[in-house]
Design a protein around this ligand. Structure first.
Ligand SMILES: Nc1nc2c(ncn2[C@@H]2O[C@H](COP(=O)(O)OP(=O)(O)OP(=O)(O)O)[C@@H](O)[C@H]2O)c(=O)[nH]1
Ligand SMILES: [Mg+2]
Length: 175
């Protein structure tokens, strides 16, 4: 199972998502500090909302296999800049929560996430668990182990460490 790091504004639904992923009934708990438990790292929304703390999010990302921007479908404005993926050395995905909201504007939030560089976008209702199985399926497999030399080899090919080698390309025998 891939370890998932969740970042997004307060009330976006990050903690609820951790509960939905575990199959628990939703129960409100304000996140006061970053929690590393099970297969998720849940951060307080205030980290994403403050310039000073947001740097910490990049550090937490190193503990994870995948980084998720969590944004509710009814959020009125976007906290994340374009090409955010460029400084996060992990695959970046988007999770749109509260797709059941009467004020949902899914297309707009999708656009924000595409601009940020999310490679996959999941639509989720934490209260009914709609869409949760697709995310679980994505998280199911561990990332294949990678040595430093293999990572450097991929970098030389212009690939991210988590990208597959192109067809017909193999690691040299010595690495
Ligand atoms: N309708 C609806 N409500 C949701 C959904 N996800 C979360 N909520 C509600 O939104 C509120 C905030 O959810 P949290 O999961 O605590 O938000 P958070 O992102 O962890 O917030 P912080 O801990 O402050 O960063 C709670 O009252 C949840 O019940 C959803 O998919 N649909
Ligand atoms: Mg929380």
């Amino acid at each position: 199972m891939k370890k998932l790091f969740l970042m997004g504004r307060s009330e976006a639904g990050k903690t609820s998502l951790t509960q939905a992923l575990k199959g628990e009934e939703l129960h409100y708990v304000k996140t006061q500090y970053t929690l590393t438990e099970d297969n998720t790292i849940d951060s307080p929304g205030e980290y994403a909302e403050s310039k000073r703390f947001s740097v910490g999010l990049a550090c937490f990302s190193f503990e994870a296999d995948v980084v998720a921007i969590v944004q509710a479908a009814d959020e009125p404005f976007n906290l994340f800049g374009s090409s955010l993926h460029a400084f996060i050395l992990r695959p970046l995905i988007g999770v749109i929560t509260k797709i059941d909201s009467p004020y949902a504007n899914i297309e707009m939030v999708k656009q924000w996430m595409e601009n940020a560089g999310c490679e996959r976008i999941f639509l989720i209702n934490n209260t009914t668990r709609e869409g949760v199985s697709e995310l679980l399926e994505y998280l199911e497999d561990d990332l294949p182990p990678l040595s430093m030399k293999q990572a450097k080899y991929k970098q030389d090919l212009g690939l991210n460490p988590w990208d597959s080698l192109p067809d017909g390309v193999e690691y040299p025998e010595e690495i």
